[in-house]
Structures are given as C-alpha cells and as structure tokens.
Design a protein around this ligand. Structure first.
Ligand SMILES: Cc1ncc(COP(=O)(O)O)c(C=O)c1O
Length: 276
C-alpha cells in the first residue's frame, strides 16, 4: 500500500506565481541551496558535506550516485519493504534485499539505499543498528529523506560520515512529484550530478523550473506546514475509526496491522484548518 499527501490550495496558489525562465544562473543556485539548508534544519548536518547538487527528485540523485559507485562497491542492498522504485534503479547492478533481522549479514564495502522516516510509517528502530553495521564493514548509506517533514519532532544528524549521500525532495510532503524539486549532499558525489551546477564549467544545465518552484515553496511553507495541522486530525480520526496512527500523518494501521493511507479521508479537514 502506497501513501500520498495532497497539495494545499495555499501552495497551489503560490505555484501560479512561478517565474518561467529558459535558463538559470549562479544566483538561483545560491538561493536554492540556502533555502533548502534552512528547510531541512531538523535533519541538518549534511549541508556541511563537501558537495551538493540540484537533483530531479530523489530518484535522479540515487540513479546517478549508484551508477557512480557501481565500480567500487561490492554489493548494493535495499530493504524489502522500502520504496519500490529502488529495485528498478538497481536492476543493472549486483544487489540484495535486507530485512531488519538480516542487517548483520551486510558485508565489507557495501552500499545501502534506505529511506527514513520510511514506509514503516516512522524512523525505524533498526536505523541505529544499520548505521553501526555499516561502520563495522566500511559500508556506506544513501539516505533518502523523501518523508522529511511528514512527522513531528524527529531529528537525524545527517553529518554522519556513514552517509555517502543525503537527498531531499518536495515530492512526498507536498505532492509536488511532477516538478522534480530535489537536492542531494555528499562528500563525493557523481560528477553527472555536480557538473551541471559547477561554477568552473559554468554550464548551468540544471532544471530551472524545479529550482524556481523550490524557491517559491521552500521560502513560503516550512517542512511541517501540513503536518502540524494534520497530526491532531489524524489522531482524532484514528480514535474514531479504531486505527493506530503512524508517525507519518498520512498513515494508520488497522487491527491486523495493515497500513492504510487516510489522506483522502482527512485532507478536507486539514484544508479547512489551513484556511483559518
Ligand atoms: C521513499 C521514497 N523516496 C523517494 C520518493 C520520491 O522520489 P522523488 O523525489 O524522485 O520524486 C518517494 C515517493 O514519492 C518515496 O516514497
């Protein structure tokens, strides 16, 4: 079962003000990076890594970074209940599935793609053991923060050197997937990610529509813009319907533990609250 958010009318109205340009330049990049760094403050640290890049969503960052790493990494790993797109990206490479119980099987020089908070509805209990096993085996993590902002009170120190790359996008939180607004930070990113924004080459071959969208959305709506209003509504809905709320506001579990996306049932109430 997948999970989706919605795009509030307030965000949709701001999207109408986006500046259409044929090409971006250095000032756009400087502003975009700064706005992201402010927006991701609860998962801060990765902004101090040596490099960054504009990415067409998180997919683009993973696709490029995995290709780049594929010559030096022995095995890629993904969790079997994580984002379904990972195995599409990893199709051409040597990869294995993990479960929380098989974390100890990660071998030397591996690369793990993982999302946090993730499709379990929260920051998972096995995230710390995963990082520990990676440190022991000289392995690295690609941290997918697609769900950043959809829970309250969570923090992650993303400066940890165990993270080879840390990526964010506006796709999940505000249902803006079509705009492909993303960013990735890392100490050694794929040149296919960094060259399009490189000052030396001066190509500026980055997605300026996405950057303009990011500039408008990031500066006007904090990461928990929906979540702060949605959480109490989710909790009330769960009490009324005998469901267990996930940390991610869009999600609940029924009495058999099945995940249910409750967004369509509560979004009108959230919109009403946002309008006040
Ligand atoms: C775990 C996870 N990662 C990434 C994405 C989206 O990726 P992108 O930023 O490329 O749209 C999603 C869903 O939209 C997701 O559930």
């Amino acid at each position: 079962m997948t999970v989706w958010s919605f795009c509030p009318e307030q965000i949709q109205a701001k999207l109408k003000t986006i500046d259409i340009k044929n090409k971006g330049g250095r000032p756009d990049l400087i502003e975009y990076r700064k706005l992201w760094v402010d927006w991701i403050k609860d998962f801060s640290g990765c902004e101090n890594k040596k490099q960054w890049a504009v990415s067409n969503g998180i997919h683009d960052a993973i696709t490029n970074q995995v290709a780049y790493k594929s010559k030096s990494v022995d095995t890629f790993y993904i969790f079997s209940n994580d984002y379904k797109f990972y195995n599409v990206i990893l199709g051409p490479y040597n990869y294995k599935f993990l479960t929380p119980n098989s974390i100890k099987s990660i071998r030397e020089n591996s690369y793990i793609i993982v999302s946090q908070p993730n499709h379990e509805g929260k920051i998972t209990d096995w995230f710390e053991p995963l990082k520990e096993q990676c440190r022991k085996t000289n392995s690295k993590i690609f941290l997918d923060c697609a769900f950043y902002g959809t829970t309250l009170g969570d923090t992650i120190d993303t400066s940890d050197p165990v993270f080879d790359a840390v990526a964010f996008s506006l796709s999940k939180n505000f249902l803006l997937g079509g705009w492909r607004v993303g960013i990735v930070f890392g100490d050694k990113l794929a040149p296919s990610l960094t060259v399009p924004i490189d000052h030396y080459y001066d190509y500026n071959y980055f997605n300026i529509a996405a950057v303009e969208c990011g500039k408008i959305v990031l500066s006007n709506f904090k990461s928990t813009y929906i979540t702060e209003v949605a959480k109490p509504i989710q909790l009330k809905y769960c009490v009324e319907n005998n469901l267990k709320p996930a940390d991610i506001w869009m999600w609940a579990f029924d009495s058999t533990g099945k995940k249910i996306c409750i967004t369509s049932s509560i979004q009108y109430k959230i919109q009403e609250e946002l309008n006040k």
